[in-house]
Design a protein around this ligand. Structure first.
Ligand SMILES: [Zn+2]
Ligand SMILES: [Zn+2]
Length: 93
């Protein structure tokens, strides 16, 4: 699956401690390294993304390192990574 960063989200917050905390609450599994394919960096944050090449226009949170959190264009992510919905109406409202 490919995703792209949603620009202008750095000042957003939710009721969780952080967006990476939000991802941990609303998706199964654990994240210790970046979920971009082949990336092993551990300086992860919860990145706001949308799916590439998909009719689904929803925003999701995915664990990305600080490099991939800033990268433009579509980024291939690891298989079986779950995306946490960024929409607070469905999550931590
Ligand atoms: Zn949250
Ligand atoms: Zn990365």
């Amino acid at each position: 699956m490919k995703v792209r960063n949603v620009p202008g989200t750095s000042n957003r917050s939710c009721k969780c401690v952080s967006w990476i905390d939000h991802w941990h609450k609303f998706s199964p599994g654990a994240a210790t390294i970046c979920k971009a394919k082949g990336c092993l960096r551990s300086d992860i944050v919860g990145a706001h993304v949308k799916k590439c090449n998909s009719p689904d226009n929803s925003e999701y949170i995915v664990p990305f390192c600080k490099f991939h959190n800033k990268q433009e264009g579509c980024i291939e992510i690891n298989d079986f990574v779950s995306l946490a919905p960024a929409n607070q109406n469905f999550t931590c409202r």
